[in-house]
Design a binder for this molecule. Structure first.
Ligand code: PLP
Length: 219
């Protein structure tokens, strides 16, 4: 099947309230243009430098989402154009995003990344850290970031019950956070292998790469 078929098949299965971020990391501009010409505008990358290069070479109405872990010294390169940063897991990173957004007179939408997987290699906040972050005076003072929701990655496993349990937990944290931050609306969870479960558990934004663009080749 063509890339366009993959994209349309996935879009047809998504509920209306679920946004698709097409994860184009490692894929060339031509592949992104194929999806673009099929009408898609929202793309996700996990490396700042790669996203900047793609932004420079591609149509300016593309919405770029940074879905990977972000180093603070890289924020300045994307502050001008990034439309959402998914992997925010510290106050210091948020402060840097705020500082760089101010330079461009922007307000950058951010998702706080929660650690929900069993693996300890994945980034993210635990519940106590989330609470501490949003209650801090520094957090409340920032004018150029907007927390729009939460992001999480489930354990990489075939055990569906495990994955479901982790997504359920993230949804509970999201509902709880909404009492304190009533404007949050986005729950970013679900990738090629698990987005069906994620949607059943309340995801409103899925990040899908290989099921659209094909397997990635890292060599
Ligand atoms: C690569 C990546 C995805 C997409 O993964 P696929 O399995 O190819 O759909 C989603 N989220 C994050 C954070 C990623 O790094």
């Amino acid at each position: 099947m063509s890339l366009k078929d993959n994209l349309n098949n996935i879009k047809n299965t998504l509920p209306e309230n679920v946004t698709l971020v097409a994860v184009s990391k490692t894929k060339p501009n031509e592949a992104i243009m194929e999806a673009y010409e099929a009408g898609h505008r929202v793309f996700g990358e996990n490396k700042v430098q790669e996203m900047v290069q793609k932004w420079e070479g591609l149509p300016k109405d593309i919405e770029w989402h940074m879905i990977g872990h972000v180093q603070r010294n890289k924020v300045k390169y994307m502050a001008e154009f990034v439309s959402m940063i998914h992997g925010v897991d510290s106050l210091r990173l948020l402060q840097e995003i705020n500082k760089q957004a101010l330079k461009h007179s922007r307000v950058i939408s951010c998702l706080l990344q929660m650690h929900i997987a069993e693996e300890d290699t994945k980034f993210g906040l635990d519940f106590e850290e989330l609470e501490a972050l949003i209650s801090s005076g520094e957090f409340k003072a920032m004018q150029h970031i907007k927390i729009v929701g939460l992001m999480g990655m489930a354990t990489f496993t075939n055990n569906e019950n495990q994955v479901r349990k982790e997504f359920k937990y993230l949804k509970t944290v999201f509902d709880n956070l909404k009492q304190k931050l009533p404007n949050i609306s986005i729950l970013s969870m679900g990738m090629s292998g698990d987005y069906g479960i994620a949607i059943e558990e309340g995801s409103t934004m899925v990040r899908i790469g290989s099921s659209i663009f094909g397997a990635r080749n890292y060599t």
